[in-house]
Design a protein around this ligand. Sequence first.
Ligand SMILES: [Zn+2]
Length: 279
Amino acid sequence: MTKLKTIYLTTGYTTALKRIAMRGGALREIKFHATCVLWEHPREGYILFDTGYSPRFFDETKKWPMWIYAKATPVVCKEEWTVKAQLAKKKIEPEDIKHVIISHFHADHIAGLKDFPTATIWCSRTAWREANSLKGFAAVKKGIVPALLPVDFEKRVCFFEQTERKSRKDAFEFHYDIFEDEAIQIVNLPGHARGQIGALFTSDTNTKTLLAADAFWLSESLEKNVYPSRIVGLFIDNWEEYQRSFQKIRGFMHRFPEVEIVSCHCPRTFERCEVLDES
Ligand SMILES: [Zn+2]
């Protein structure tokens, strides 16, 4: 199996009460960072899993109705924190990113997408169908800010569903082997957002990981089997599917305790990230 050099990056954060992310949690504000993963694949080159925030988010949410998004999630981010700026410090140019994998189309996952103009964009067809069809208030209600999508998206997109589907003997039943080497195995995790996916991979240090995107927010909630507050219905596409995906991950967690399960916004994921200058 191809192993991937892996770096976690954070691009900024929003704050919310812990109780929002986990029923019965403390009435204490915590930072939910928008993290991304940079992989180096020996044949495919640099790959991003999500692109996080960018100040472009502020530009595109100034006006009604997108303004609702900015009000619902007060965001802290700046140019130096974008993936593009952090990669520049590593001497990685935007054109060096060959693939961007989108877990789902919420703005905190795709605000940086326009910074990688030559990358192949990977997403689920289901997710794209929704993101491409919703406009105005209907879009913002689903966490989608259409102006964050590159205009040439359809020329650059590759759908997971076009790649080989391999059966699995665990809760996920199958995955898409997008590079035909099992390096990145895409599993469906719908519910939080339409067509959301997660990715299984093995790092070059032999750590097996499931990136679960927003299928849960806090690792503690997964471990204790506690769902988010009902208030976040606004950010959830389908509760029943959310719960099904959540329970699939729990089943996987119990069966494969050696696999790390990482969500995008958990403070524990932030601890894996390279430190930002917060001044
Ligand atoms: Zn999301």
